[in-house]
Design a protein around this ligand. Sequence first.
Ligand SMILES: [Zn+2]
Ligand SMILES: [Zn+2]
Length: 333
Amino acid sequence: MDNKGYVMGLFSFILILPVFLMIMIAVNMVAGGADIQQTRLNSHEVFSVADDLETNIPLMGREVLRDKSEEVIRTGNPLSDSRKEIKEEFQDRMDQWCLKYASGGIRAECKILTVDNSPDPFKVEVKSSINVEKGTLKHQVNLSQNISLINESYPIPDPLPFVKCKGYGGATIRGNRIYYASSLVNYLKSRGINNSKAYENATSSLYIKKCPYNPYTLHGNGGSLVNLKNCIDNGFYHESSDGACFLCRLEGKSVCPHYGMETFIVPAPSVTLPSSNNSSAHAVSALDHVIFDDTDPGTYFGHIMVYFNNDTHYFYLYLDDSHREKYGLPPHD
Ligand SMILES: [Zn+2]
Ligand SMILES: [Zn+2]
């Protein structure tokens, strides 16, 4: 009886074994499925954080560029190494930004590798490395992105005139223009430049805006100066291999080895005009890199050119022949 019971027990155990195995496999499959599901969720999160960082780098970069420029404008003091200082400030802000992902169990890191010139002077190039981790998932990507200086809803001011005019009475801001009062006259006079008084109450553009007249010879299209007037009224900037790039402007340099930009500094409109053979019809040429070039003999002269007049005032600037040619404007005499 005992033996029989033992044999029956063994037999039923063998019969039941596959059922146990099947249950175990089923349990494993459910657990494995949950793992796969979790991995999928993690990877979705990791990639969306990386995308978020990639989208935000140029936006945060533009804020840093604007804030640095405003700091230079406020103090009149140039940055000593703009690329390094912008990179450090940018890194601090990205570190702060990355912290916000920690609550989701994500470790995010964005390392700003370099901030430097882009071949397009209206852009600044940023290289970065993004690392995002959650659980066992790791995602790493290296980026090279351009920050545009000319977003209309987020304009960036030109710091250079504020550095150059510091100590000469200072330039101030009026609307979207820089107003020099007597500071530019004092600055030019201190360098021994003739007819510096031509720039009393002169103005130039505050914000960096890219001139749409391309090719530049369109400024004098068909002998009309309407486009030139429109360009000056709007405060446009132009590409120039002689003018300073934005990063060097932050360092107070009016000329630099990089491909840069230039804009016009125009005298205050006048009720009367000097006759064209008068010596006051001749003054430093209107381009900012010519006016602010304190490297001898960087500054050269140009003759007066009236681009508009209404019932009361003449609107004019001083322009040398090579820049007249660049902008398609009639040469002097
Ligand atoms: Zn223009
Ligand atoms: Zn430069």
